[in-house]
Design a protein around this ligand. Structure first.
Ligand code: NAD
Ligand code: DAU
Length: 358
């Protein structure tokens, strides 16, 4: 038995994947291979805190590349796969759904097949200990009315190209367990926020626009509700499910922090008034814009199963997590400048040539 476990983390240069890697590498029993295509959403700067670790390596690969995935399994002999690689932004899925089908559906299929080919030649003990952890979203359940919450038994009803592609990937993962016996677990999580979040998503976009004195674009009436979870708490939930979750099960992960978008933006403005005062109150920058097509009205997660079975509890409240997040963006001008100027693409361009922003 080797004393370190090797994990393949796909999408590890993204927002949540990089939080997983930074957090989990504190455990000396883990070796992590980050598998990432470095699309516009992948940023090696987010992995800087761990890049010197001898237990970390980066493989710049596309999960849709079957030969590359097979060779990678052969080379790394992983004990588990934690699959986060995806196209993740709903607005982009509306204007260009093709890449979402390719990475989220086809890519997951390719990865499952590479995993299965590797897994079936392992010894019985290793086969049993192996895990394929699929990281998914609450958006597969569609939208809620004023009452109730999504749970593991909620019927799938995805409404956007993004959520439909994630629902497709969830079904593939489930089928690879039922048909081939692959030991899988799936988590469906609500909206994450925290450091290193790409500023196309609500919270980082609002923070950076407010700091720059630019308009804060609120879609529709601003009363759509999301359930917010600090990204480090999500990383701890994934670890709990990977280590102790029951094979073949899904676990919902959420923050019990339902907020309208307007409440989120108001709170951010008030925090910035305190931490980064400007000549006027930041709320003056709020601008109502055209709504997102098919905009889901409300998400909320009942995470009682995860809490009861695995003892997971979030450590950060929305108030403490949001304050930390705003402070992080104020303190990390280099990361922010790299992303906003486009300089964060330099590493991939100098190592691999220029790529399209897919
Ligand atoms: P992200 O967009 O920040 O990162 C995605 C990463 O995947 C990037 O590093 C990108 O380069 C990589 N990637 C994309 N296509 C790839 C490909 N074909 N091959 C290899 N790598 C590829 O996304 P995120 O917000 O960190 O989300 C990670 C996962 O968690 C996704 O599967 C998403 O659906 C899920 N999720 C996200 C949230 C959220 O609030 N952000 C909530 C629940 C679930
Ligand atoms: O619920 C989990 C999902 O959360 C993840 O699966 C997705 O990957 C992640 O992007 C996120 O999806 P959302 O669509 O909820 O996140 P986004 O930050 O894009 O939007 C949050 C809410 O804010 C949503 O109701 C739309 C609104 N919004 C968003 C932007 C970018 C605005 O009002 N203005 C904006 O400029």
């Amino acid at each position: 038995m080797k004393d370190t476990r090797t994990l393949l983390v796909t999408g590890g240069a993204g927002f949540i994947g990089s939080a997983v890697i930074r957090q989990w590498l504190a455990d000396p029993a883990l070796r992590i291979v980050c598998v990432d295509k470095l699309t516009y959403a992948g940023n090696v700067e987010s992995l800087k805190p761990v890049s010197d670790s001898p237990r970390f390596s980066l493989e710049v690969l596309d999960i849709c590349d079957a030969a590359a995935m097979r060779a990678l399994f052969e080379k790394e002999q992983p004990d588990a796969v934690v699959h986060l690689a995806a196209e993740s932004h709903v607005d982009r899925s509306i204007t260009g759904p093709g890449e979402f089908i390719q990475t989220n559906v086809v890519g997951t299929y390719v990865l499952l097949e590479a995993t299965r080919a590797y897994w079936r030649q392992l010894t019985a003990d290793k086969q049993q200990a192996f895990r394929f952890h699929h990281v998914s979203t609450d958006e597969v359940y569609g939208t809620l009315g004023d009452e109730g919450a999504f749970s593991e038994t909620t019927a799938y009803a995805p409404n956007s190209p993004y959520s439909a592609s994630k629902a497709g990937s969830d079904h593939l993962v489930r089928a690879w367990h039922h048909t081939y016996g692959l030991p899988v677990v799936t988590t469906n999580c609500s909206n994450n926020y925290g450091p290193y979040h790409f500023p196309e998503k609500l919270i980082p976009l609002m923070i950076l626009n407010a700091i720059a004195g630019k308009p804060l674009p609120v879609y529709g009436d601003g009363l759509n509700v999301r359930d917010w979870l600090f990204v480090e708490d999500h990383a701890r939930a994934i670890r709990a499910v990977l280590e102790r979750g029951r094979v073949g099960e899904t676990y919902c992960v959420g923050g019990r922090a339902e907020k309208t978008n307007l409440e989120v933006v108001h709170t951010l403005c008030d925090l910035l008034d305190e931490l980064h005062p400007s000549s006027g109150l930041h709320r003056r920058l709020i601008t109502y814009v055209k709504d997102r097509p098919g905009h889901d009205r409300r998400y909320a997660i009942d995470c009682a199963k995860l809490e009861a079975e695995l003892g997971w509890r979030q450590q950060e409240s929305f108030e403490t997590g949001l304050r930390k997040t705003v402070q992080w963006y104020l303190d990390n001008g280099d990361w922010v400048r790299g992303v906003t100027s486009g300089d964060y693409r330099r590493w991939i361009e100098s190592n691999y040539g220029s790529r399209s922003a897919s």
